[in-house]
Design a protein around this ligand. Structure first.
Ligand SMILES: [Zn+2]
Length: 261
């Protein structure tokens, strides 16, 4: 146990320090990743670490891909692409808690639920990163009316396919440790449900601001060097809270499907 924790701490340090050097993470994001990594590698081991690292590395790379066409969206999105501790906790917090739960209650199989949580944040990230790069029509998941690409709650055909692909990749990354088709399908469905939940909350409850200076709608609290005004949504439901709920929906969907299927 002690040697696994030490090995876990070592691998977590390598991932956190490497991501900081590559500017995938801010310093607070690297520290949060180190803590999460010690839990996932140290308490869980490879079975839990491989899907987490798969999500983390592929999503970080996707965020960096196609930067020039994505530039305009930096003005809208609340966070920069170098992830801070809030983004790490929002994307990995539920998954980390499930690893701890599985060490406390080894009799229950938390693994498909864990993969469901990771599939959800992966589907959400891939859907957004690829959705805003493709020219297809974007509609609001709630009103079904056309919206501008990059709008919270907007979904597109390409983004949805990309999201489902991301969920499938997470299912495959853990397949060695569960090896049955039913669980794989549950993980993919959980991922799709989580990202749709994310879009629904993004279209309704997520806080939106307006910039007084340039008049743009944004998720940022400061724009053009000035404090922005809240125009809709709940004040504390920012992008991090929405992502946390996304992984919660993914975990609960996987749990529910496990119970009924
Ligand atoms: Zn502005």
């Amino acid at each position: 146990m002690t040697s696994q924790l030490l090995l876990g701490a070592f691998f977590a340090f390598v991932v956190a320090a490497g991501s900081y050097a590559l500017r995938f993470l801010t310093l607070s994001g690297a520290i949060a990743t180190l803590l999460l990594g010690v839990v996932v590698f140290g308490a869980g081991g490879w079975q839990w670490a491989v899907p987490m690292v798969t999500f983390f590395l592929l999503s970080s790379l996707l965020s960096k891909y196609g930067r020039t066409p994505k530039k305009p969206y930096d003005e809208i999105f609340g966070k920069s692409l170098t992830r801070d501790w809030g983004q790490v906790a929002a994307n990995g917090g539920i998954a980390g808690a499930l690893v701890l739960l599985s060490t406390l209650y080894p009799i229950y199989d938390f693994y498909p639920i864990y993969l469901g949580a990771l599939a959800a944040v992966t589907a959400d990230t891939w859907g957004t990163e690829i959705g805003i790069l493709t020219k297809g029509r974007t509609i609001s998941v709630l009103s079904m009316q056309p919206v501008a690409p990059g709008t919270s709650g907007g979904i597109s055909e390409h983004g949805t396919i990309a999201g489902a692909t991301g969920a499938l990749v997470i299912a495959l990354s853990g397949y060695l440790w569960f090896s049955d088709l039913k669980t794989a399908i549950i993980v993919v469905l959980a991922g799709i449900a989580g990202s749709l939940g994310d879009s629904a909350i993004g279209a309704s409850l997520q806080v939106q601001y307006c910039c007084d200076v340039c008049g743009k709608r944004t998720e940022r609290t400061v724009h053009c060097g000035k404090q922005t005004m809240r125009i809709s949504g709940v004040a504390w439901i920012n992008n991090d809270v929405v992502n946390l709920l996304c992984s919660l929906v993914g975990a609960l969907t996987a749990w529910g499907l496990l119970c009924v299927l």
